[in-house]
Ligand binder design. Structure first.
Ligand code: AMP
Ligand code: ZN
Length: 136
């Protein structure tokens, strides 16, 4: 199902034009309009899911395979030195468009971009408590 007024639904389904790298029955892969680097692309499912939690397992599997294939093609054609896959869920995590997407971000030496976090230093007890909270 498409969602009214969702910009990525409209792009994925071809109602708004985009620089499309790939399209099939369920997905469209486009160039990001505000790219972090040259070749920054987005994997968009045609069916609306707001985020990873709403996405079906089948779509999640397909999306990751497409991200892998597109990453390989971008590396081959653009000659990037590295590549990040980024996938944000929720405003707190930096999601600005509430339609699931995977960022494919080619990286070039000295491209000035940073996809980083500050590592914490939890004790073994804290790690143990987290593991228990998740798994028990
Ligand atoms: P996120 O912050 O993970 O939700 O990523 C949203 C991404 O969508 C950003 O990188 C934007 O530059 C990109 N974006 C927003 N609107 C468009 C659009 N109309 N076409 C292509 N990319 C877009
Ligand atoms: Zn949508």
């Amino acid at each position: 199902m498409k969602k009214e007024n969702c910009i990525f639904c409209k792009i994925a389904n071809g109602e708004i034009p985009s620089q499309t790298l790939y399209e099939d029955k369920h997905f469209r892969i486009i160039l990001d309009l505000g790219p972090a680097t040259r070749g920054h692309a987005l994997v968009l499912p045609k069916e609306h899911a707001e985020n990873l939690f709403e996405l079906s397992e089948a779509a999640a599997g397909e999306a990751f395979i497409l991200a892998k294939k597109t990453a390989a093609k971008i590396k081959e054609k653009l000659g990037c030195d590295g590549l990040n896959l980024v996938q944000n869920n929720g405003e707190t995590a930096g999601q600005t468009v509430p339609h699931f997407h995977i960022h494919i971000i080619p990286r070039y030496k000295d491209d000035g971009q940073n996809i980083n976090w500050v590592p914490g230093r939890p004790s073994q007890e804290e790690l143990e408590a987290v593991r228990r909270q998740i798994t028990e």
